[in-house]
Design a binder for this molecule. Structure first.
Ligand code: FAD
Length: 260
């Protein structure tokens, strides 16, 4: 067995759902044990004759599921996503055998209110938290002592990959609130919900949900600009730095120096 075979599984795609020309979800069945905590990411890869491309992807599914699910955005000029985007049912990819990451639900530090803020594919780790808690709730192992509040931002409503599932949780459990918002309502005239960028509505929903800064912890996931803006807003409403967790999905390219 080569060194790379020891480190990687070669799972196949078992399900693929396209949400838009650049957004899709898919499921894979790992060909061996794969353990993770909700909020962690897997490293996925594709080998071409030139080299192996790898990137981290947050896991959408919960550990009790027998398949691993992901929610991806195509970056047309990127190295890996155009290769992943070509994969269809039955096709094989690479996945490192070890999950990583610390963007997990913190139920140890004290706060019992968890404000989850994301853009588009950044909802992935939060769906994993929710599926896990939902199962534990059904089994009587979680009694609603932690409450989750999700602000989910996208440009248009069809980019909310898990909208129906999240609405269902709101209807079914007392410990979850969900607020989706779109920033381009003029491109989505049928949308009747909240509008504006997700960072623009944080203050309103912190007040509405009565999230007190001594009892709440915030988690920011996805677009780097959203995370930076949100951090500033959360600081101004009184969140302490140690109670703001972040998962940047990419680093924005540096602006070229301005000529004088
Ligand atoms: C912990 C972690 C978890 C992640 N989870 C997910 C996930 O669940 N779903 C997901 O789609 N991505 C996720 N990402 C991002 C992912 O790892 C890749 O960076 C992304 O898919 C682009 O890969 P690429 O090789 O196609 O583009 P690259 O060749 O890596 O990037 C090309 C350029 O595009 C920029 N870029 C990268 N991603 C985006 C984007 N979405 N929008 C605009 N510009 C971008 C890069 O900064 C770079 O300048 C995660 C990243 C991290 C660090």
């Amino acid at each position: 067995m080569s060194a790379s075979e020891e480190k990687f599984y070669r799972p196949r795609i078992t399900q693929r759902v396209d949400l838009s020309p650049t957004l899709w979800t898919f499921r894979i069945r790992p060909d061996g044990a794969f353990t993770f905590v909700p909020g962690q990411y897997a490293t996925l890869g594709v080998e071409t004759d030139k080299k192996r491309w790898e990137r981290p992807y947050s896991i959408v599914s919960a550990p009790f599921e027998n398949e691993i699910e992901f929610f991806l955005e195509l970056v047309p000029e990127g190295d890996l996503t155009p290769l992943l985007y070509q994969l269809q049912l039955g096709d094989e990819l690479l996945m490192r055998k070890v999950a990583k990451g610390r963007f997990t639900l913190d139920v140890e530090s004290g706060p019992t209110h968890h404000l989850l803020i994301c853009t588009v594919t950044g909802v992935a780790p939060f769906v994993s938290y929710l599926r896990t808690l939902r199962r534990q709730w059904d089994e009587g192992r979680f009694r609603g002592e932690h409450k989750l509040f999700l602000l989910n931002g996208a440009s248009r409503s069809w980019e909310f990959g898990y909208h129906d599932e999240l609405i269902r949780y709101v209807q079914e459990v007392p410990w979850f609130q969900y607020l989706p918002t779109i920033s381009r309502p003029w491109e989505d005239p049928g949308w009747t919900g909240e509008t504006g960028r997700v960072d623009d509505i944080i203050r309103k929903y912190v007040d509405r949900w009565n999230l007190r800064t001594n009892n709440a912890i915030a988690y920011l996931c996805g677009h780097p600009e959203m995370i930076e803006h949100s951090k500033g807003i959360l600081k101004r409403v009184g969140f302490r730095q140690e109670f703001v967790r972040e998962e940047f999905y990419w680093v924005p390219p540096k602006a070229p120096p301005q000529s004088s």
